[in-house]
Ligand binder design. Structure first.
Ligand code: ANZ
Ligand code: ZN
Length: 826
């Protein structure tokens, strides 16, 4: 007798699906379209367990929608620019492309073995000139619209790696790669003006509600950080020599506050120590002290600066700011806990109601004045600022008002006096996109002494990376390695012809991944980044699948790009990803796999030992897709046994194709139709593990039917086994395909179509209803499945058991949930 053998099945069907074009969408309008996308992999080496988990989940959705009759596009590509390739090249005296494309070949072979239903014809690499040409083109579109610009500003700088770091690359104040403390350095860098889209990035989240995980929406919202508040102007007195204002002139400094109601509680004024403003305001006798303090602040990260654990530090500037509401003079300080790039970089300090201000006031012995009576103890005594609701006190015209009334009133007063206005402030910063690195898309700008910034003409794109730099030449040296490629750098200005220089920075790889989902619709188009008609046909990504580590930046940037492209009139939709699924992690022994713990599991070894199908099935069966899978707790060996059992069913069926299942055993048919119905609803609710549980139940019933009953010749058994093959086609492609062909079909099982459920087979004739008294189960009744609420109530109250228990006690309430439950309250 034949036995189920994973290697044999993989050899038999590997490559066949691609030959048959099973994974390629028709794109001819004959069926409704669906677009499924897994976040594309970085080609760091071979596939690992994390990929295996993520892609197994995305594939369930893809294959299910294919079976349901959709024309599904499920593409794959490679996020193939980035630092690891550059580091490997430096170490091996090679070019980053060598390492990158070799890894891609390895990973690609593994993906094919893993049987993912992707259309390989759409494969893309972000490091191909055919791709980055359009990344550069998009940069220029942004540039023309004023959405890409250069500015000189302090950026995170790793003194060891000699490169700029994005905020997310700074972990606890240190470089995430080499752990060197990060400093700030003023540099001229490129930015995307994502802050122009802050409101829309927030507001459009309404349409994602319920379709994206709540925690991801919360993280996006928090990152954008909209604060409702006011700008209030303070006049800083007797300031000498402020340029155009002349000698002795006054100078207005604006603060951002979310609590204008507390204006009467302001007792000092603070500007960010690292802001130019601090230097402009400082009185000459304090200038030296400030300069020393600024040096000290430079070395700190924003996180350290805002830490509540650190002792507050600061320098008095010898100036006073006048409170526009009551004319009070507030001493002006410079401190590091106020950030230069948030709000206006200056605050009015209200120590009674803001903990940071209170800590500062305690350190420097500054006054604390309560202006909101919250009923709590005096902050000056307790050291705890109060932020609750209460009536205003010590606040002149605001006295007696509630917090929100006082906010409105204070805004009204400053607005009518012309000393302030209501405003909205965002935490979101513009996106710093330039990197002093080699392996990325060159910024397509030429710098000319006469003309300034000149975009490379469109017909000269792509600006290709030079291919003659190797090893040490790629190492970071405080400026981009491209600066050393002299032949490459020196060009004629496209505008005036004079000698000019290329921009030597490359783009953050997040730029590449902000539009790749659009490229897939027309991956070989060499006339445009994407074909707008094709984008219209496919629309949004219907289901996006990827890790929660991308919950903020990648998704935010992709959303931003989508909105800009919409505004350019190139696409209709404004959100890229309709539904988002964050798959869990694969752990081992309850912990993330890591080299240092030595608990890594090698995917290749698992596949060799158990076969692709058993590994995939184990991933999906372990838990709902969002939950982590602990590889120490699962049993790929058990999955193998189950697959072998399912596979044997197909070998045993003897009834011919097309036999009428209605002639077969009804109980077998009921199990089949119930399994399919429950699988459908579980798939719609992303409970993929339940699908497997239902399939297992069905396999058991079919085995029994074959071994006894009407046996292998029963057409109801054939119907059931065909359903098993279709259900398994979502997770165990090799086994399912083989079963399908054993059952006499020639076409791919993915083209079988989802079994049609006969509703009549779903209803049980009778059902067991539970009768409770005050929530405790007291009796069980066999009732018709379609019993009405009033019939069920009557039956319950007539039950001898229940009558005996209730006795003479009056029935106060009867809750009925037909056909399953009655709860009587006495
Ligand atoms: C007075 C005040 C009184 C404040 C009070 C708070 C409570 P969010 O909600 O995060 O927007 N602030 C403004 N700019 C700042 C900066 N550059 N660095 C550090 N802190 C800054 O916070 C806004 C509040 O944070 C502002 O409202 C300001 O303090 C402070 F009982 O003004 B508040
Ligand atoms: Zn020029």
């Amino acid at each position: 007798a034949q036995v189920w053998n994973a290697q044999e099945l993989e050899a038999r069907w590997g490559g066949w699906w691609e030959e048959q074009g099973v994974f390629r969408p028709l794109d001819d309008g004959s069926k409704p379209r669906r677009y499924v996308l897994d976040m594309f992999p970085y080609p760091s080496g071979d596939l690992h367990m994390g990929h295996a988990e993520a892609f197994a989940m995305g594939d369930v959705v893809t294959r299910y929608w294919m079976q349901r009759g959709f024309d599904v596009m499920h593409p794959i590509g490679w996020d193939s620019f980035g630092l690891p390739a550059e580091n490997a090249a430096i170490k091996r005296n090679a070019h980053p492309a060598e390492w990158t494309y070799k890894n891609i070949e390895t990973q690609k072979a593994s993906f094919k073995r893993y049987g993912i239903a992707v259309d390989w014809d759409r494969e893309l690499h972000t490091s191909d000139p055919e791709y980055y040409r359009w990344t550069q083109w998009l940069f220029q579109q942004f540039y023309e619209r004023g959405l890409a610009y250069r500015k000189n500003s302090p950026v995170n700088w790793c003194p060891k790696d000699q490169t700029v770091l994005a905020n997310e690359q700074v972990v606890d104040g240190a470089c995430e790669r080499c752990h060197t403390p990060v400093t700030k350095k003023a540099l001229n860098q490129w930015y995307f003006r994502i802050t122009d889209y802050a409101d829309r990035l927030l507001d459009d989240m309404a349409e994602l509600e319920g379709n994206w995980p709540d925690r991801v929406l919360a993280m996006q919202r928090n990152w954008i950080g909209r604060s409702q508040g006011a700008h209030v102007n303070f006049v800083v007195e007797a300031l000498q020599g402020t340029g155009t204002d002349g000698e002795g002139a006054e100078r207005t400094v604006t603060v951002f506050t979310t609590r204008p109601d507390t204006l009467y509680g302001a007792s000092f004024f603070v500007v960010a120590a690292d802001a130019d403003l601090a230097e402009e305001l400082v009185a000459p006798e304090h200038a030296e002290e400030l300069a020393a303090y600024r040096e000290q602040v430079k070395a700190l990260s924003d996180i350290e600066r805002q830490s509540t654990e650190r002792e507050k530090t600061g320098v008095f500037l010898g100036r006073y700011a006048i409170n526009p509401l009551n004319g009070e003079k507030l001493p002006v300080w410079a401190a590091d806990y106020v950030l230069s790039d948030y709000g206006t970089g200056a605050i009015m300090a209200v120590p009674a109601h803001d903990q940071r201000d209170l800590d500062f006031a305690k350190t420097f012995d500054l006054p604390v004045r309560v202006v909101v009576d919250t009923g709590e103890e005096d902050p000056a005594e307790t050291g705890v600022a109060t932020s609750g609701e209460g009536a205003l006190i010590n606040s002149g015209p605001l006295d007696g008002l509630t917090k929100s009334e006082a906010i409105a009133k204070a805004v009204e007063i400053v607005e009518s006096a012309g000393t302030g206005e209501a405003t909205v402030n965002f935490r979101l910063r513009d996106w710093l996109l330039s990197r002093q690195r080699f392996w990325g898309a060159p910024i397509p700008i030429i710098h000319c002494d006469a003309c300034g910034e000149v975009p490379v003409p469109e017909d000269q794109l792509p600006v290709r990376l030079p291919d003659d730099l190797r090893g040490e030449q790629l190492a970071p040296k405080g400026q981009s390695p491209l600066a050393a490629a002299t032949d490459w750098v020196h060009v004629a200005c496209p505008s005036c012809g004079a000698p000019a220089k290329r921009d030597t920075d490359t783009m953050d790889t997040f730029v590449d991944s902000s539009w790749y989902f659009l490229r897939y619709v027309s991956p070989n188009d060499d006339t445009a980044a994407f074909d707008p008609d094709a984008v219209r046909r496919w629309g949004q990504v219907d289901q996006y699948v990827g890790g929660v580590e991308h919950a903020i930046l990648h998704l935010l940037y992709a959303r931003f790009f989508t909105k800009v492209l919409h505004d350019m009139g190139l696409i209709e939709h404004t959100e890229p990803f309709k539904r988002l699924l964050n798959q869990g992690q694969v752990l081992n022994g309850g912990k993330a796999m890591s080299k240092s713990l030595g608990n890594g599991v090698d995917l290749g070894e698992q596949l060799d030992e158990f076969g692709v199908d058993a590994v995939r099935l184990t991933m999906v069966f372990a838990s709902p897709p969002e939950d982590d899978v602990d590889w120490a707790d699962v049993s790929p060996g058990g999955a193998q046994k189950f697959l072998a059992r399912a596979w044997r069913l197909a070998q045993d069926v003897t009834s011919p194709r097309g036999a009428d299942p209605a002639q077969g055993a009804v109980d077998v048919r009921q199990t089949t139709h119930r399994a399919v119905a429950e699988a459908s609803s579980s798939l719609d609710n992303h409970k993929f593990n339940v699908v497997i549980a239902k399939t297992m139940e069905l396999v058991n019933v079919l085995r029994k039917a074959i071994d006894s009953g009407a046996g292998a010749a029963d057409p109801a058994v054939r119907e059931g086994v065909e359903a098993v093959a279709v259900l398994l086609s979502l997770v165990a492609p090799y086994t399912a395909e083989d079963m399908w062909h054993t059952l006499g079909h020639d076409d791919a099982v993915l083209r079988a179509g989802w079994p049609t459920v006969d509703e009549a087979l779903l209803v049980d004739d009778t059902i067991t209803a539970i009768v409770q008294i005050k929530g405790k189960v007291k009796d069980r009744l066999e009732v018709p499945a379609d019993i009405t609420e009033s019939e069920l109530e009557a039956k319950a109250l007539e039950s001898e058991v229940i009558k005996g228990l209730i006795g003479d006690a009056p029935v106060r309430k009867v809750i009925v949930r037909a056909p399953k439950l009655v709860n009587i309250v006495v």
